[in-house]
Write a protein that binds this ligand. Structure first.
Ligand SMILES: [Zn+2]
Length: 264
């Protein structure tokens, strides 16, 4: 695996404040951009060293996708009933989140999800009456499951789909943005995929609430956002935040794409 010491993905500054060194003995440092406050791990794995099959060996990717499909969780409980309960819990969670977004900014006809995993969020949106779906994931086995078991045609193995511009009513980045090397660039891309006025849903860790730090490593989380830096890059990427809720250490944003081009 190859590593890089990146510049800030938002403001391109190379000036950093060192927040933690050698986090959990991984040789990764947790740093903050001195200029804009974005917090990320450095050094980190470069994209080309994690393409094309997710984060790990083929066998690990396959195992992760299958276990997630079977258990709706990466930390499966012991009993089959409990496993069924986890999917039921996730469905209730997805319904609540999607219905909240529908209420705030209208019900979409089409949804694009970056990092759709095995397709549970898209499946639940379909049950709520959404008609068109697009999704991508870097784990090709997760995409195979979404296609074969849930019947989705428009899901693709990769970082982003080749969607026509301004074609989706809603974009979703759910537990996605902390994993990418380029959160601001990715927000700009998803903004370009959405129709003006379209809805964006993002969920991620809020760093100020995650005192102990979460998973870190060359292939794990790359960013932990403070709520201030998070709101800042979402706004600069062309979205107005219409709802921001925090639960435990997670923050969930519902945004609306500006009708007119944002001035950064
Ligand atoms: Zn910066």
């Amino acid at each position: 695996m190859m590593f890089e010491t990146p510049e800030c993905n938002f403001c391109k500054s190379k000036s950093i404040i060192l927040l933690k060194t050698n986090v959990r003995d991984t040789k990764h440092n947790f740093v903050e951009c001195q200029k804009c406050g974005l917090r990320y791990y450095s050094p980190r794995a470069i994209y080309s060293s994690i393409k094309p099959d997710g984060y790990g060996t083929e066998a690990a990717c396959k195992n992760q996708a299958e276990k997630y499909y079977e258990n709706a969780s990466f930390t499966p409980r012991a009993t089959p009933d409990a496993k069924k309960g986890q999917r039921a819990w996730l469905k209730r969670y997805n319904y609540d989140l999607l219905n909240r977004a529908f209420k705030l900014n209208g019900k979409p006809e089409s949804i694009y999800e970056a990092g759709c995993a095995v397709g549970f969020m898209l499946e639940d949106a379909r049950e709520l009456g959404v008609k068109e779906f697009y999704g991508c994931d870097i784990n090709k086995y997760a995409i195979e499951i979404a296609k074969a078991r849930l019947g989705f045609d428009n899901v693709k193995h990769g970082f982003f789909c080749d969607m026509p511009g301004e074609s989706a009513d809603m974009g979703i980045m759910h537990n996605y943005i902390e994993h990418t090397n380029t959160p601001f660039d990715d927000l700009i891309i998803i903004n370009g995929m959405l129709k003006p006025g379209g809805t964006l849903i993002i969920k991620t860790f809020m760093d100020e609430l995650d005192i102990d730090g979460s998973m870190v490593g060359p292939t794990g989380h790359r960013y932990h956002f403070t709520s201030k830096a998070f709101k800042n890059i979402i706004g600069a990427a062309g979205f107005r935040i219409i709802d921001f809720k925090v639960r435990n250490i997670m923050g969930t944003v519902i945004g609306r794409k500006f009708e007119e081009k944002a001035t950064i």
